[in-house]
Design a protein around this ligand. Structure first.
Ligand SMILES: *Cc1c(COP(=O)(O)O)cnc(C)c1O
Length: 227
């Protein structure tokens, strides 16, 4: 597979989506979601200029982080967080997109090494009330944001959401617009948020139209996953 051709195409589509949204010149962070893909595939993508990578499963991710420790990669943890497995996330990752409870926030704060920059944190919001997905109810986001803001080893940067796969273009657009409103409300309440992580391979244009500045792209960069 010619994966080295994809990053430029994705960049071009992101730029086009920004232009279509009247946001030409804005910056969007592209996080390459490398779950189920090898360290070697990550190395190839890194060589083509992608520096942000996202992983969902800690046990799968850690050997890849070890193997690629010589590369200047910004690692994002985007999967469900088990409360008893926070230490490796606190020690090895730069960003967490999937924070959804206070207990995990407190553990990540306590376990973030002193020599490291504070851990960048996004609160995941479960807008469509899907039980199989992580994320806080929208009504709980304010309380969790208040908790994270008081923890010195965490830096609250924004929100993350995953639109239901069954959604059409218009439904995803509304979903993302609602998340963006919640983000704006938290900012109005005094939180200095700058990151709205929404959009994946199938819906990143809608997410960018609604104000996303961080997209998490797996399939469109690496090709299909096996499961
Ligand atoms: C797997 C995953 C992605 C990437 O999905 P694609 O459809 O392959 O782009 C993005 N975000 C999260 C949270 C994921 O688990």
């Amino acid at each position: 597979m010619q994966i080295t051709d994809h990053p430029g195409q994705i960049r071009a589509r992101v730029t086009q989506a920004l232009t279509d949204a009247g946001r030409a010149g804005d910056d969007v962070r592209v996080v390459a979601v490398s779950k189920q893909h090898s360290a070697e595939s990550i190395r190839r993508l890194f060589a083509s200029g992608i520096t942000d990578f996202g992983e969902s499963y800690l046990d799968e991710a850690l050997p890849k982080l070890d193997e690629l420790s010589g590369l200047d990669i910004t690692w994002h943890f985007i999967g469900r967080i088990q409360a008893n497995k926070t230490r490796a996330i606190a020690e090895r990752f730069h960003w967490v997109h999937s924070l959804d409870r206070e207990r995990v926030a407190r553990r990540l704060d306590a376990q973030r090494p002193d020599h490291a920059e504070p851990l960048n944190v996004l609160i995941q919001v479960n807008l469509a009330n899907e039980p199989q997905k992580g994320g806080v109810d929208p009504g709980q986001a304010t309380d969790l944001a208040g908790c994270v803001a008081d923890l010195p080893r965490l830096r609250l940067r924004g929100l993350m959401g995953i639109a239901p796969v069954a959604y059409s273009g218009q439904e995803s657009l509304e979903y993302f617009a609602t998340l963006r409103m919640l983000h704006d409300e938290l900012r109005a309440a005094g939180h200095s948020l700058d990151t709205l992580s929404m959009g994946m391979s199938g819906d990143f244009q809608a997410a960018i139209a609604a104000g996303s500045n961080c997209v998490r792209i797996g399939t469109a960069l690496f090709g299909p996953r096996s499961r």
